[in-house]
Design a protein. Structure first.
Length: 378
């Protein structure tokens, strides 16, 4: 029960608590003195950290130690079982600082890493209908056929005119560590996440606008009488004009999250399309059935700003996400730490060493080493 209460308090402070859990926690806080004290102590600890956010002034190599010195407390790491949270205790107070402050708050320190993510990441690939492949470098674009693709984005206007491109399709392959933005022929804008592939026609002909996606992308679909369809291996999404996010990464539950407008979602196990409203997501469960649930837009769309939130997430999943979005090569050598859980946020514009040092600081049993360009956690 105490562990569950700690998780609810952590979720509430991070703003990720479900409505039904929030009602339960508030009732317990009102009726249970011990829980109320723990809640107040947690709030006080978080407020204390915010008031003392001087991390950017701290020497990078000793950031964690100096931060604790400023707080004038003895650090004590409470190590739980592998399927439980890691919490920090400042003096005698066990509080869920969520590592938002102490772990990833250190991201303001400007630690230099041996090799930048941008240099390590592979090039974006552009494949035309005839199989010709072009690559987009980090600092300059490429002209593929009659279309120019910039280093980070591409406009929709075909340079050679639409007649010569009426049957041309393009496949954009975005590698780990990169994202890409493009405006399609109809004015629809798409932001493609790392390790994702988008296939689309240069000109939308016929009675529908159809693209194919593998991975994750955010769509702002221009209003048009022709339906806009996103086809994935997990589900099909059909809209007229709206804003939504589609995530089909392997290992995740495929999810379409609606921000604005309305969409219908279907798959082979659910051929009768279901309609979702803004704030709702269609999620493919393990039985291939589609379920409709509410979602937190700030969390689902945070990747658009280069931020990835972790809420009670196993280290193995954090490593997978970090590898995908940064292009780094992290490996867990000791399987015992793979299920250690953390909460926080990875900011892709910060050096990877910030993350590594603070994971290390969060548990005395976790270390890391850099060997031949690869990062081993053990």
């Amino acid at each position: 029960m105490n562990e569950h209460i700690d998780e609810l308090i952590a979720d509430k402070i991070s703003g990720q608590i479900r409505p039904e859990d929030n009602l339960l926690l508030e009732q317990i806080i009102r009726t249970n003195t011990d829980v109320r004290m723990k809640w107040e102590e947690s709030l006080a600890a978080v407020s204390f950290y915010k008031a003392n956010r001087e991390v950017s002034k701290i020497n990078d190599d000793d950031a964690w130690g100096q931060l604790l010195a400023k707080m004038e407390v003895e650090p004590k790491v409470i190590k739980l079982e592998s399927n439980k949270w890691k919490w920090y205790a400042a003096a005698s107070i066990l509080v869920p600082l969520l590592l938002f402050g102490l772990w990833f708050g250190l991201s303001k320190s400007h630690i230099q890493f041996a090799q930048s993510n941008a240099n390590k990441a592979e090039s974006i690939k552009v494949t035309l209908s005839d199989g010709t492949i072009y690559t987009i470098d980090n600092d300059k674009g490429v002209t593929a056929g009659e279309i120019h693709f910039g280093a980070k984005s591409a406009n929709r206007i075909p340079q050679g005119g639409k007649n010569s491109l009426a049957t041309e399709t393009v496949t954009l392959d975005i590698p780990k560590g990169k994202t890409y933005a493009i405006v399609l022929d109809d004015g629809t804008s798409v932001k493609i996440n790392s390790a994702s592939v988008l296939k689309f026609p240069l000109v939308f002909n016929g009675d529908k606008r159809e693209v194919e996606l593998d991975g994750e992308a955010y769509f702002e679909v221009s209003k048009n009488g022709k339906p806009f369809i996103v086809k994935t291996q997990e589900m099909d999404v059909k809209v007229l004009g709206t804003k939504f996010n589609v995530n089909t990464y392997p290992g995740n539950l495929a999810q379409t999250s609606l921000i604005e407008g309305s969409v219908s979602v279907s798959n082979f196990s659910h051929p009768n399309a279901i309609l979702i409203k803004p704030g709702q997501a269609a999620i493919k469960r393990g039985n291939n059935k589609l379920a409709v649930e509410s979602f937190a837009a700030d969390n689902v769309l945070s990747w658009l700003k280069g931020t990835y939130y972790f809420n009670n997430m196993p280290l193995r999943e954090i490593v997978n996400i970090t590898n995908r979005v940064t292009g780094e090569d992290l490996y867990i050598i000791d399987s015992k730490i793979a299920n250690y859980r953390f909460s926080g946020a990875l900011e892709t514009d910060k050096p990877i060493k910030t993350l590594l040092e603070n994971i290390k600081s969060s548990s005395s049993s976790i270390q890391y080493a850099i060997k031949d360009g690869k990062i081993e956690l053990y």
